[in-house]
Design a protein around this ligand. Structure first.
Ligand SMILES: [Zn+2]
Length: 329
């Protein structure tokens, strides 16, 4: 019983814990993997599924039939259960329960990965609870979420908790340059912007529209600071027409205001938006630390409200009115 290095970057403690469980074929029946979007939660869950069902001696090998089927999402005993529309529904949980009643087809374990589980309806969560109370020996349930606070406490209490934290900027930069062969300057910018979310950085490296959208939204923010209420309301209406656009923009603006706050306080701490350092320094001369800090906090509040199903347009309207009015920048 040996193990093979996991194809996971960072998260050393979680890998050590899960690798040991897989090596001994003694996984917990349920794990709750939490952490911000795009930091590797699903990769970790899928790698555990590989390590449990791999056919090689040193697991997970990544090469055997089982590992390849899991990597391509086609293993009959490993299911990724994602929302059907906006929610993860009770019918999906029931279908899984039907499958779990049967022992594995090919592997040693049946693994179900729910991602993201915070969008599960209360009925679906209650249904899963029954399985969490009496799981078959060969079942491993992996509940993946960005925010455990949004789950029923009874779900959380029945899972072994694996809380993933963002990687360091250095870890992301190194992974980008060595594993993905991205040139240094670009890797450095992406690492800073990633907030430690390697998955985001890798996606942004291959999809230019992500950095283009970011640039546009930062430019929009500067225009908004010079704009009156009417223009701010119009922007709130426009950006909330598509799902997730507002959330992404607010997330970005929060990093921006934190940078302005650092600049206004004369701190030497590294900025997130390193490519916009001059603009941030210049803006910081027009307001004080308190204003920048209040704007960053308003962004955090807005994200919290959107995640709890507040009406996005109203949230963005309030947020934009909370931003300072700087006519002369
Ligand atoms: Zn294998």
């Amino acid at each position: 019983m040996t193990s093979h290095p996991w194809p996971v970057i960072g998260h050393a403690w979680a890998v050590l814990n899960l690798d040991q469980a897989a090596t001994e074929y003694r996984p917990a029946h349920a794990y709750l993997i939490s952490g911000p979007a795009h930091i590797g939660k699903t990769t970790l869950a899928r790698t555990l599924a590989m390590a449990l069902n791999c056919e090689a001696d040193a697991r997970p090998c990544g090469q055997c039939r089982s590992c390849k089927l899991i990597a391509s999402g086609k293993h009959p005993d490993v299911q990724l259960i994602e929302p059907d529309g906006a929610h993860l529904k009770i019918d999906q949980v029931r279908a899984l329960q039907h499958d779990l009643a049967l022992s594995p087809n090919e592997g040693r374990f049946r693994v179900a990965i729910f991602n993201p589980f915070e969008v599960a309806t209360t009925e679906a969560q209650n249904a899963l609870l029954k399985t969490l109370e009496e799981p078959p020996d060969y079942a491993v349930l992996m509940v993946v979420t960005a925010d455990p606070e949004l789950l029923l406490p009874t779900i959380v209490s029945r899972c072994q908790l694996i809380a993933l934290r963002p990687l360091t900027i250095t870890q992301v930069r190194q992974a980008l340059t060595t594993t993905w062969r991205i040139e240094n300057d670009r890797a450095n910018l992406l690492a800073h912007l990633s907030g430690g979310r390697l998955g985001w950085a890798v996606t942004a490296a291959s999809d230019n529209s992500i950095l283009d959208t970011r640039a546009r939204r930062l430019d929009d923010l500067i225009v908004l600071l010079k704009s009156n209420r009417g223009a701010r309301f119009a922007y709130a209406e426009a950006i909330t027409r598509k799902e997730d656009h507002a959330r992404d923009a607010i997330d970005l603006w929060r990093t921006w205001w934190r940078d302005v706050m650092l600049a206004a306080s004369g701190s030497n701490a590294e900025l997130v938006n390193v490519d916009r350092a001059a603009q941030i320094q210049s803006l910081a001369t027009h307001l004080d630390v308190g204003q920048a800090s209040a704007a960053a906090e308003a962004c955090g509040r807005a994200l919290w409200q959107i995640d709890r199903n507040a009406v996005p347009r109203l949230v963005v309207e309030v947020l934009l009115l909370d931003f300072p009015h700087l006519a002369s920048i």
